[in-house]
Design a protein around this ligand. Structure first.
Ligand SMILES: [Fe+2]
Ligand SMILES: [Fe+2]
Length: 362
């Protein structure tokens, strides 16, 4: 009680004396002496504002606040390593490592994109939409990590391997990571070069690819936890696709001719990169040893045996072509030429692959 009284006394002494009304500063006079704040540098997150130019984007963000699922609540006990052969386990681990090259880069890629949208002062819902994509991608990355750790604890690289196919799988993964690292460098170095609207066309391609892939995997997979994961990830990817389409509908009509030409190049680059998981890695960009493809095919067969819904090469080609044509149908009416993609028999403008334009991601 004594302490309380002392505190009250102290507080009273510290309080400034009340301002007399006639002493209160006159705002008009105060304004006359106000100094302007220094100007702000370019590409800074300040000044801030919270404008909404595309209300539909805010609605999508609202629907993404709760994605409706969580990787830690999936029935992971239905993935039973003890019921699989060693090679089947390596094959499942391998496939998720391959997927991770695309999906596990998502959190880092979109986190950088979030910062970029702040620096380029995009409208509030664009910043928030990217943030929600980064959060979703963290869930997708977690699924890859959990699946890998169940079938190959410590994997895909730091796991004790007992068979030749397992060794080959690890070697393939190391090559995939090598290419993933090259992708990451290209992404980091090119992000700041492009206006945000153009980035969205690249992201769109990634989302078209991923929603196609996960839909197919969901239908074919027999292992309950992975089937459910693919269904949920597919839903997220469809939402990301919706975000990209909404932004592009707004910005494409005003895009300059030069930017449109750049989009054509980026689509070609995106096709080469994304073919690594949607189809087969093309010679361009992908630096892979001669053992890569035969190993990849053996592992796919093993993973399929174990219940993972990997589509056949023919099905993948058909699916990928369908997704690409969907992309073409969206892009062309806006006066953007689609690149020729002879690898899957799609006509268009002959476009050289430019490794500095690698932006797409799941
Ligand atoms: Fe995505
Ligand atoms: Fe994803």
């Amino acid at each position: 009680m004594a302490t309380q009284a002392r505190h009250d006394k102290l507080r009273k002494e510290m309080r400034p004396p009340p301002i007399e009304l006639d002493e209160a500063p006159d705002p008009v006079k105060l304004l006359e002496t106000a100094e302007d704040a220094p100007g702000l540098p370019e590409m800074n997150i300040f000044p801030m504002d919270w404008r909404t130019e595309t209300p539909k984007l805010m609605q999508i963000y609202d629907s993404a606040r709760d994605p409706g699922w969580s990787p830690n609540k999936l029935p992971w006990d239905t993935l039973k390593p003890e019921e699989l052969t060693a090679d089947q386990r390596y094959a499942i681990s391998y496939w998720f490592a391959l997927l991770a090259v695309f999906d596990a880069s998502g959190p880092a890629v979109f986190s950088r994109a979030v910062i970029h949208t702040y620096e380029t002062h995009e409208e509030d819902p664009i910043r928030k939409a990217f943030f929600s994509v980064a959060r979703d991608e963290m869930n997708h990355e977690e699924v890859c990590g959990r699946a890998i750790n169940i079938v190959t604890p410590g994997g895909p690289v730091n796991h004790e391997i007992e068979t030749p196919l397992g060794e080959l799988a690890r070697n393939n993964v190391q090559w995939l990571f090598h290419n993933g690292a090259r992708y990451w460098n290209a992404y980091k170095n090119s992000l700041h070069k492009y206006p945000v609207p153009m980035l969205f066309t690249s992201f769109l391609f990634g989302e078209v690819a991923s929603s196609t892939l996960f839909h197919g995997m969901y239908q074919e997979t027999k292992i309950p936890v992975l089937k459910e994961a693919f269904r949920r990830i597919g839903q997220d990817e469809a939402r990301h696709l919706g975000i990209c389409l909404t932004v592009l509908q707004k910005v494409l009509p005003d895009m300059s001719a030069d930017d449109k030409e750049m989009v054509t190049k980026q689509i070609r680059a995106g096709f080469i990169f994304l073919s690594g998981v949607l189809f087969e890695p093309p010679e361009e960009f992908w630096e892979l040893p001669s053992t890569f493809k035969p190993t990849h095919r053996l592992l796919e067969k093993k993973a399929r045996e174990a219940g993972l819904g990997i589509l056949s090469l023919e099905e993948r080609e058909a699916n990928w072509k369908k997704a690409v044509l969907q992309m073409k149908g969206f892009i062309e009416p806006h006066g953007i030429e689609f690149p020729a993609l002879p690898e899957i028999g799609v006509d268009g403008k002959t476009t050289a692959f430019d490794p500095n334009n690698l932006i797409p991601v799941f």
